[in-house]
Design a protein around this ligand. Structure first.
Ligand code: C5P
Length: 242
């Protein structure tokens, strides 16, 4: 698992080339950011909790026929993954209306969305991740119609599997963001991470927030307890490494 060179330093993860050309090494750092990276704090062990949660979710998705880039988690905050050429689209699935949806559209906070909304945003901080539509995606040359359809289908399948998995842990999957990439054969795989950083997760009983929304709202002191709560609920004791 020798790291060769840093190929991408994102807001919370660093991606390194591996000695195996088909793989990358992803280090989950302890950084937490909000507002296109304008606010940044360091949270103790956050990288490890997110890497473990994300690995578990990717394994569950694989068991349900959704291909991901996950290969292994050799250290609590280090993932070995298939190398992908990432598609610069944030695919967001919403089961309950909240967040930017209710700020932009006349829709009630907390309204259940059935069928779920699938939204695609352009992943670009400089442009503040503007929402896309099929014509814009094709005009920008980001993806073909066939690929857009694959992203939509995969995102909805992920939503189905993840909603059921989290329900068993007493968690409501309100909404989430996923990113995809192409492997060396051109197959579209789920990449990046699925963790409390990119999901809205509510406790089924109390509706308490268990995700990064706490940080966005300035409740910094509650953030790690929420992430650890998600970890404790979805990671079986014999798989707990921290
Ligand atoms: O802010 P908004 O309501 O659009 O967020 C929808 C979902 O997408 C939330 O779960 C949020 O965590 C996630 N998201 C993200 N990264 C972004 C934008 C949204 O993970 N850049």
């Amino acid at each position: 698992m020798d790291k060769k060179e840093l190929i991408n330093c994102g807001k919370v993860k660093s991606v390194y080339n591996s000695t195996n050309d088909d793989e990358v090494i992803i280090e989950f750092r302890d950084d937490m950011t909000a507002g296109d990276g304008e606010r940044k704090e360091v949270m103790n062990n956050k990288g490890a909790y997110n890497a473990i949660i994300s690995s578990k979710i990717f394994k569950v998705l694989e068991e349900n026929g959704i291909e991901t880039q996950f290969i292994d988690l050799p250290e609590p905050n280090v993932m070995i993954a298939k190398k992908l050429e990432m598609i610069p689209i944030e695919v967001i699935v919403r089961n309950i209306a909240t967040g930017s949806l209710i700020r932009k559209y006349p829709i009630a906070d907390g309204k259940r969305l059935n069928p779920p909304i699938v939204q695609m945003d352009y992943k670009d901080d400089e442009y503040h991740d503007p929402m896309l539509n099929d014509s814009i995606i094709k005009a920008l040359g980001i993806a073909t119609q066939e690929e857009i359809d694959i992203l939509t289908e995969k995102a909805l399948k992920i939503n189905e599997v993840l909603t059921a998995f989290l329900k068993d842990a007493g968690i409501i999957l309100v909404d989430f963001k996923v990113e995809f990439g192409k492997d060396k054969d051109g197959n579209i795989l789920l990449g990046d991470e699925i963790s409390p950083d990119g999901c809205r997760l509510w406790d089924s009983q109390t509706l308490d927030m268990l995700d990064k929304e706490l940080f966005r709202k300035g409740k910094d002191s509650e953030v790690m307890d929420a992430y650890i709560e998600v970890y404790n609920r979805i990671i079986p004791d014999d798989e707990k490494v921290i």
